[in-house]
Write a protein of this length. Structure first.
Lengths: 181, 582
């Protein structure tokens, strides 16, 4: 599901201004492009945000989507992230119906996935899990068997994976900054 | 120096060399109208905000400078939606300034409040809600910069009332500050050198090339460059509806307009070509017909300043993103270099003789009326064309009259044709003609309108009369929504549904007179010339001629919607020779 071949990840750096998310969403709606998931938060530089969009390119070419997005004045940079060369994470929150004996099973399952128990009630339990979207898919599927009351996923965020050379470069540029400071 | 936001707004417009504003005041924009009294800027008071928008467009069309519209909040802003979308579709530089309710009232459903930036987001190139008086000069500079650079388009600044009344420290941002404030906006104007070389090679090797010239050529002021390229390579030119006049109709290489109602030769050359050199056009569906059947043998060179147009409809073999003028000049240079090193252009002789054969066999034509029969709209246009001074600017509405105007006029100069191409806005012509006349007061400006279109925006003739803007309007009045009638006749078994307008109401002559214009009615062919001569001689007020024309007349050729260009319908008397279009 998360790795459908028609899905591509776009990491879009935008000026952090009022209405920018509406512009991006509006563009997708108007041009008939499909958004699979979307996550937005401030980026490393003040004044900019990064929007991670998973797009469904079954009906439209990715190239058109990228070019149209880039026409938005506030869009500064767009990177297409190849799933094989990027790190992806997502957060899942779920409240699951549980009776006494099932609770232990859910706790165990959550532990196996290295998730967290956030709240425990008499008839329900709320758990969280962050990780690769595929891992979340698996976890969700297993939880479904117990009866999910409510579930919320954040949509994925992603950054390019650093190759070995880039990792070293990143370290050295940081140390240079250190010297300058 | 402390001044009010309103003063800063008007001063900013002066700094942007604005000479004319088209607008209408109201509650939230009121503060801006006070300093306007002390400004050198001419304000033209319209009767409906949509008129202000189309006037700004007409002005921009003929001058190349951005048109400016100034209106209030709420209903005024929503009335601007149509002209904004129209300008967006046709890439017209335009800046619209709207008033907004005070910042503290935003979101409370205050009187005359609407979400202007939300509503206009998808019909502007960019828009901005200003939240402080201090930000006004930068917002104005950004709006003009964005509207006029790259692929031009409309921009909108929404200014809450308190931002106009509050004071600010006057400053005027530098070019660098403007550019720095828009890190995501860097339009590319220079074509890729390798692609330009590739284009030159394809042009030199093509045996059936065609220059497919679109509105981008006019935006880039590249008409001269196109002419040089055409003459250097001896390649024929088709000019799209948005590009009429970009290449002179009286030039031997000019084939006129292609597309749904193009002439048979212009349509056919694209279909049979082995190389379409697209300069600033966008493979619009009215040009291509069914895309899969469009120009099946042609390789494509596509020059467009908007990267998103590359490959949107037809995948180019050589995409070149850049300013049409710069790119064409570079291509000419590359071709000259090739010629200089002894490369010989492929022989296009056979192609050119096929083209002349088509032109001879399939000219645009209509059946002239016999004495006593109804007036033909094409005849009125031919008479207008022949009796009006050189350099006359023609502004049309949307429908049959628009297509006949484009077909039968001779556009020998750029910026003499103004129309609503992409959006197809009925009612465009009267206000756009007013804007065009304001921009070019030295020219005769004829609005060609239908009786349906005219009734949508005719009230702006009051503006024209009061402001002494002497435009001339020719209504080709067939008492029908003519284009819709044509489709119902041809594709709905002559079942005419809601297309008949009254032939007697309104009385266009009385209406024109009531609006301070001269009104003339023409029923028969012999009245045409005297009426036009009279209209052309009047220069102190607008003139409206009500030409009563034959409602049965249809626009031909026609490529029916959804069909390929090879399936074009010819006028009856040419159908028999159809085989000649091989």
């Amino acid at each position: 599901m998360s790795h459908d071949i028609n899905h591509h990840i776009l990491s879009v750096l935008v000026q952090n201004r009022p209405g920018v998310l509406a512009r991006v969403a509006g563009l997708f709606a108007r041009r008939g492009f499909n958004i699979f998931s979307l996550a937005v938060a401030p980026a490393e530089d003040e004044g900019f945000s990064r929007i991670t969009i998973v797009v469904d390119v079954e009906s439209t070419s990715l190239e058109q989507i990228v070019k149209q997005l880039f026409k938005l004045i506030e869009v500064v940079k767009i990177s297409e992230l190849d799933p094989r060369r990027s790190v992806e994470r997502e957060l899942l929150l779920a409240t699951v119906r549980t009776t006494g004996d099932q609770r232990a099973q859910i706790v165990e399952l959550t532990n196996i996935f290295e998730g967290k128990i956030l709240a425990v009630g008499v008839e329900a339990i709320t758990v969280s899990l962050d990780g690769h979207p595929e891992k979340l898919d698996d976890f969700e599927e297993l939880l479904a068997g117990y009866g999910i009351v409510e579930l919320q996923r954040t949509g994925r965020v992603a950054l390019p994976k650093l190759d070995r050379e880039a990792r070293l470069r990143a370290v050295s540029s940081k140390s240079n900054q250190g010297k300058a400071g | 120096m402390k001044i009010t936001g309103a003063q800063a707004l008007i001063r900013s417009l002066e700094m942007e060399h604005v000479e004319t504003i088209f607008g209408l005041p109201g509650g939230c924009i009121l503060p801006a109208y006070d300093p306007l009294l002390d400004s050198s800027i001419r304000h033209i008071l319209v009767r409906h905000e949509q008129g202000a928008g189309h006037m700004a467009e007409g002005y921009a069309h003929v001058t190349g400078r951005p048109g400016v519209a100034l209106v209030t909040s709420g209903p005024a802003a929503t009335n601007m939606v149509t002209p904004l979308m129209d300008a967006y579709m046709d890439s017209i530089p335009m800046v619209c300034i709207t008033g907004q309710v005070p910042t503290a009232a935003i979101g409370t459903d205050a009187f005359q409040e609407c979400d202007t930036v939300g509503i206009t987001r998808s019909c502007t190139k960019h828009n901005e809600l200003v939240m402080s008086a201090q930000d006004i000069p930068m917002a104005v500079r950004q709006a003009f910069h964005i509207a006029t650079t790259g692929r031009p388009g409309p921009t909108l600044i929404d200014i809450p009332k308190d931002c106009l009344t509050n004071t600010m420290d006057w400053y005027w941002p530098t070019d660098e500050e403007v550019i720095e404030s828009l890190p995501g906006y860097r339009p590319n104007t220079k074509g890729h050198p390798r692609m330009i070389k590739e284009a030159a090679k394809l042009i030199m090797a093509s045996e059936r090339p065609i220059l497919y010239v679109g509105g981008g050529v006019l935006k880039a002021r590249a008409a001269e460059a196109v002419r040089e390229l055409a003459e250097l390579t001896n390649i024929h030119v088709v000019t799209t509806l948005m590009a009429r006049g970009a290449f002179p109709d009286d030039h031997p290489l000019c084939l006129g307009m292609p597309g749904m109602h193009g002439n048979a030769t212009a349509i056919t050359v694209m279909q049979k070509s082995d190389l379409l050199i697209n300069l600033g056009a966008r493979f619009d569906d009215r040009i291509t017909g069914k895309v899969s059947a469009f120009a099946p043998e042609a390789k494509i060179i596509h020059v467009d300043i908007d990267p998103a147009e590359q490959g949107k409809v037809r995948k180019p073999d050589v995409p070149i993103v850049g300013d049409a003028k710069q790119v064409i000049e570079e291509i000419i240079k590359a071709i000259k270099e090739m010629l200089g090193t002894g490369v010989v252009q492929a022989d296009t002789g056979a192609w050119r003789s096929r083209i002349s054969g088509w032109r001879e066999q399939f000219p645009l034509s209509y059946e002239p009326s016999e004495p006593g029969e109804a007036l033909k709209p094409q005849f009125c246009l031919e008479q207008l064309r022949d009796l009006s001074p050189e350099g006359t600017i023609l502004v049309s509405g949307v429908g049959q009259h628009q297509m006949w105007s484009s077909q039968y006029w001779k556009f020998n100069e750029p910026y003499t044709w103004v129309n609503s191409g992409g959006l197809g806005t009925m009612g465009f012509s009267v206000p756009a003609a007013i804007g065009a006349k304001v921009g070019r007061p030295d020219r005769t400006v004829w609005a060609i309108d239908g009786d349906g279109c005219f009734q949508m925006t005719a009230q702006e003739l009051v503006t024209a009369a009061v402001e002494r803007i002497p435009i001339k309007v020719a209504i080709l009045n067939n008492s029908y929504l003519g284009m819709v009638r044509q489709w119902q006749e041809m594709f709905y078994d002559e079942r005419y549904s809601e297309v008949y307008l009254s032939p007697e109401v309104p009385n266009f002559v009385m209406w024109a007179e009531a609006m301070g214009c001269v009104g003339i009615r023409v029923d028969s062919p012999e009245e045409v010339q005297p009426a036009i001569d009279k209209a052309n001689s009047i220069d102190d007020r607008p003139v409206v001629i009500d030409f009563r024309v034959d409602a049965r007349e249809k626009v031909f050729p026609m490529v029916p919607a959804g069909f390929g260009n090879d399936d074009m319908l010819l006028p009856e008397w040419q159908e028999a020779n159809r085989g000649g279009l091989k």
